[in-house]
Design a protein around this ligand. Structure first.
Ligand SMILES: *[C@@H]1O[C@H](CO)[C@@H](O)[C@H](O)[C@H]1NC(C)=O
Ligand SMILES: *[C@@H]1O[C@H](CO)[C@@H](O)[C@H](O)[C@H]1NC(C)=O
Ligand SMILES: *[C@@H]1O[C@H](CO)[C@@H](O)[C@H](O)[C@H]1NC(C)=O
Ligand SMILES: *[C@@H]1O[C@H](CO)[C@@H](O)[C@H](O)[C@H]1NC(C)=O
Length: 411
């Protein structure tokens, strides 16, 4: 019974004219497709909506300043500095303008089929302690965003990008940069599980969330080589608990099998261990690999070296998506004549090859790719499109139609 309801739902969705990305799916297919439709019918081709719910100054410099946050390193310190009320007002304006409905249309128009939405646990406000400092009021903008994306036919990955206590050290993407990350306690695991339980219910019961097919339980946690005690504890005590909470909620809601979420973990290349080690069940598990050649010391830092690296180094699992990558190259060479883009716009043609090489490999070896990030402003004094898809397309460094990029690969 539920099976047919779900199928009818997808058929109804497919008949909405605005849904361009899935009109090619036949109605026969639609019967067998649920929430996880995308990785089974096409490659994931997407962008991250970075700096929306967790602002990182390094790629949103102007935006951060206009929020009144200049001089503060992360959201916590800005909220603490401005005071809760003033900060909530500043963040409200930010959420309203950073990603608009036009951005979502443009994303779909460029042949992309996916958005990955990084969120901090504090979007569920009752999880936040009085002693903690995070902005309030983001949830209605998440609801609005996923609704727009569903209307545009986009598939959605929701990513718990920032954990209670912070899951890694000295990073603004955790919302609270701390030298000693404090996520690795049963109390904070429980807060993260409460978030996952709640968002799972929202995904399955709120129509705006109908295109969310994947839920990532934790972005970029501490690496084993940084603190083996913490990373092993997380794999043993948080990952299985997170899995169980999501599935238990789905079971309570009688979600049919084809609509169970893909539950996503960082792949083992990340360096926090093997996520599945203590899982009782791995049905519909999915992995996330972050492939930043800019930080990869194996790459020879020449144009040919980067193409070679893009074509040969990636080794993720077949059920992994590269959830983050960029067009950047090593800091030491990114502004020289060979790689600079500010004074050498003709380098855009090479970057287009570099992009095509990367995505062809991520599509061939795995489930596809999600670029970091859609939008940025003022990195090092200019819009460095090596980190922003929107401007890279305008500069001619990414093809206008994302689904054609891999066929232009030099690999
Ligand atoms: C690693 O984590 C453990 C447990 O949280 C902590 O006691 C220890 O100080 C940490 N080690 C380092 C080097 O930070
Ligand atoms: C895994 O399954 C066993 C046996 O059913 C059970 O005792 C255990 O609690 C389960 N572990 C988790 C993390 O769910
Ligand atoms: C870097 O260059 C050396 C020498 O040409 C070559 O042997 C090696 O495979 C290259 N490494 C990569 C990752 O391309
Ligand atoms: C993008 O390319 C694909 C594959 O060639 C094609 O099917 C699709 O129609 C193109 N989309 C647009 C908007 O041109």
């Amino acid at each position: 019974m539920l099976y047919y309801l779900a199928a009818a739902f997808w058929l109804a969705l497919a008949s909405v004219p605005a849904v361009t990305a899935i009109v090619s799916i036949s109605s026969a297919d639609a019967h067998t497709l649920g929430r996880r439709w995308l990785p089974s019918v096409d490659k994931i081709r997407g962008v991250n909506l970075g700096s929306l719910f967790i602002v990182e100054e390094w790629f949103a410099d102007d935006e951060w300043a206009s929020m009144g946050c200049k001089g503060y390193y992360d959201e916590w310190s800005c909220v603490e500095g401005l005071g809760q009320q003033a900060a909530d007002a500043a963040f409200d304006k930010h959420w309203n303008r950073w990603i608009t409905k036009d951005d979502i249309s443009e994303i779909a128009h460029y042949g992309l089929n996916t958005i990955r939405v990084p969120v901090g646990f504090w979007i569920k406000e009752d999880l936040v302690y009085k002693s903690e400092h995070y902005p309030r009021g983001g949830l209605k903008y998440l609801d609005r965003l996923v609704g727009w994306a569903a209307d545009a036919g986009l598939y959605i990955i929701i990513d718990l990008h920032a954990a209670p206590g912070s899951q890694t050290g000295n990073e603004e993407f955790t919302g609270h940069s701390v030298p000693k990350p404090g996520f690795f306690t049963l109390k904070n695991y429980e807060r993260a599980c409460e978030f996952l339980d709640w968002i799972t219910e929202r995904i399955h019961t709120n129509k705006a969330y109908r295109s969310v097919g994947m839920l990532e339980v934790m972005n970029e946690p501490i690496k084993h080589r940084v603190n083996a005690t913490d990373s092993e504890d997380m794999v043993k005590n948080f990952y299985p608990a997170a899995w169980d909470r999501i599935r238990a909620r789905e079971s309570k809601l009688h979600v049919p099998k084809q609509d169970l979420l893909h539950i996503q973990f960082m792949g083992s290349n990340w360096g926090s261990g093997r996520a599945e080690t203590y899982l009782n069940d791995t049905t519909f598990i999915y992995y996330d690999e972050h492939s930043y050649l800019t930080f990869d010391t194996r790459v020879n830092q020449t144009k040919d070296g980067y193409i070679e690296g893009a074509c040969t180094l990636y080794n993720g699992e077949s059920n992994a998506v590269v959830g983050e990558f960029s067009l950047s190259v090593a800091h030491a060479v990114q502004s020289n004549v060979e790689f600079g883009i500010k004074n050498n716009p003709s380098n855009a043609a090479w970057y287009k090859k570099y992009f095509s090489a990367q995505v062809s490999v991520y599509e061939k070896r795995g489930g596809g790719w999600v670029f970091w990030s859609w939008k940025c402003n003022w990195i090092g004094g200019f819009n460095d499109w090596r980190w922003c898809y929107k401007y890279a397309v305008e500069a001619g460094a990414i093809p206008r139609n994302a689904s054609e990029a891999s066929s232009e690969s030099p690999c």
